[in-house]
Design a protein around this ligand. Structure first.
Ligand code: F6R
Ligand code: MG
Ligand code: MG
Length: 372
C-alpha cells in the first residue's frame, strides 16, 4: 500500500526570544490537526525542536498534495493567532505569504515528503534541526549512505553493497530547482566535492540503487533565498527510512556523535557545532547551539507508534558535553575568521552597510618614490 509521509514545520513564535514555543501554542497546532485531520490523515505527530513546531502526517494522497499542505498552513495560521494572543516573539515569523496558494513550498515552512510502498514493518527516523540550514544534514548523510567506515552495512549487507544514489540541489538558484544525481560509490569524489560546501549544495534525497526505493527526503528550502532578506535560519527537517536494504538506525544516528560545525547559531551567522538533543528541547546558549532531534517510529498501514527519542539515550550525554566544549572554544575567537560565516551567508545586513561606508573613507596612498 502506498503511504506518504509529510513533515511540515515552521517557527510561528516562541517564549523569551527565539527559544521554544509555548505549551499553549503547541497544543493549539495539535488540536487543529486533530480537529481537521479527518478524513485526510491516517495519523499525525506534532512536536517541537528549538523554536520550531513540526507536523508529521501519514496519508495516501502523495507528495505536494494541496489539501495536506493547506491543513498544515491553516494549523500554523491558527497557531500564529494564539502566539499573538500570548505575545510570543516572532509570531508567524515563517509564514512569508499572506494567503495559501496551493503548496507551502516557497511560502516559508520547511517540507520533507516521501511516498513509498509500506514495508511489513516500516521503521523510519524524523530529524528536526534548529538554528541551522539544510546543509547540516550533508555530512551525516554522506557518512551513513556512502562511507563503510561509518556504515558496515555497505560491506556486509548484499543489497546495500550496490550503493546509493544522491540527489543534490544547488540552493543558490531561486528561478527553478537545479539538481544533480550522483551514484555512490563510483562518483564518491564528485559527491564529496559538492557536499563540502553545505551552504550551497544540499542533499535533497537518497535512493537505494538495488531496489530503486527512496531512503531519505530533506527539506532543502533556504529562507533567505525565498524572502530575499533575513527571516531566521531554515531549520530543516528530514525523513530517513532505515533497516533491511537501507542503513540500520544506528548507522544513521552514528555520524551525529561528531558534533560537526554548521552554519547557524546566533543571528544565523556563525559556525557552531550541532548538538543532538532530546525531543522538545529548546534553544539556549548563544541562540543555539544548533540542535538536532530524532524521533524514531514504526508504522503499520499509516498508523504510527509512539516516538522513540533517539538522542535521549545516555550515550549522547558525553557527546553533548564534547559539543558544548567545541562550541565554547570556537566562540572564544568571537567575530574573527572561521568563527563567523562568510559575508554572503551573514543573515543581517548591518555589516555590509558598515563596510560600504568605510570603503568610501579609504584613501589611496601615492606609491613611494623609488630611491635613485
Ligand atoms: C533566530 C536566531 C536568533 C536571532 C537573534 C536576534 O532564529 O537565530 O539568533 O537572530 O535572537 O533576533 P531579532 O533580530 O529578532 O532580535
Ligand atoms: Mg526563530
Ligand atoms: Mg528555529
Amino acid at each position: 500500500m502506498k503511504i506518504t509521509l509529510s513533515v511540515i514545520k515552521a517557527d510561528i513564535g516562541s517564549i523569551g526570544g527565539h527559544i521554544a514555543p509555548s505549551t499553549e501554542l503547541l497544543h493549539t497546532v495539535g488540536r487543529f490537526i486533530h480537529a481537521h485531520g479527518e478524513p485526510l490523515l491516517l495519523d499525525n505527530y506534532v512536536g517541537f525542536t528549538g523554536d520550531d513546531i513540526a507536523i508529521l502526517m501519514t496519508h495516501r494522497r502523495g507528495e505536494g498534495d494541496t489539501a495536506i499542505h493547506k491543513l498544515a498552513w491553516d494549523a500554523f495560521v491558527t497557531g500564529t493567532a494564539a502566539a499573538k494572543q500570548q505575545g510570543l516573539y516572532g509570531a508567524g515569523q515563517d509564514l512569508l505569504r499572506e494567503s495559501f496558494s496551493g503548496n507551502v513550498r516557497g511560502m516559508g515552512p520547511a517540507v520533507a515528503e516521501m511516498q513509498f510502498d509500506e514495508r511489513a514493518s516500516e521503521p523510519f527516523l524524523f530529524f528536526a534541526a534548529d538554528k541551522t540550514d539544510p546543509g547540516a544534514f550533508n555530512l551525516p548523510l554522506y557518512l551513513a549512505f556512502a562511507d563503510p567506515m561509518n556504515t558496515p552495512g555497505l560491506l556486509l549487507a548484499p543489497k546495500m553493497a550496490r550503493g546509493f544514489r544522491f540527489v543534490i540541489m544547488d540552493v543558490m538558484h531561486t528561478d527553478a530547482d537545479h539538481v544533480i544525481e550522483l551514484n555512490a560509490p563510483e562518483e564518491l569524489y564528485d559527491i564529496a566535492a559538492l557536499l563540502r560546501d553545505p551552504e550551497r549544495y544540499v542533499v535533497e534525497s537518497v535512493w537505494s540503487r538495488a531496489t530503486g526505493e527512496q531512503a531519505v527526503a530533506v527539506a532543502t528550502s533556504r529562507l533567505h533565498n525565498i524572502a530575499g532578506k533575513y527571516t531566521g535560519k531554515d531549520d530543516p527537517v528530514m525523513l530517513v527510512r532505515t533497516q533491511m536494504n537501507f542503513p540500520a538506525t544506528g548507522e544513521v544516528l552514528a555520524p551525529w556523535a561528531i558534533g560537526h560545525f554548521v552554519g547557524g547559531g546566533m543571528r544565523g551567522s556563525h559556525q557552531v557545532p550541532i548538538m543532538p538533543v532530546p525531543l522538545g528541547t529548546g534553544t539556549s546558549w548563544f541562540d543555539g547551539p544548533p540542535l538536532v532531534s530524532c524521533a524514531g517510529f514504526s508504522m503499520h498501514e499509516g498508523r504510527l507508534t509512539e516516538p522513540v527519542d533517539a538522542f535521549a539515550h545516555p550515550f549522547w550525554d558525553s557527546v553533548r558535553e564534547r559539543v558544548a566544549g567545541k562550541a565554547i572554544e570556537m566562540r572564544r575567537q568571537g567575530f574573527v575568521g572561521a568563527a563567523m560565516l562568510p559575508m554572503a551567508e551573514l543573515e543581517y545586513t548591518g555589516i555590509t552597510e558598515k563596510l560600504e561606508a568605510l570603503e568610501r573613507r579609504f584613501a589611496v596612498r601615492a606609491p613611494a618614490r623609488a630611491v635613485a
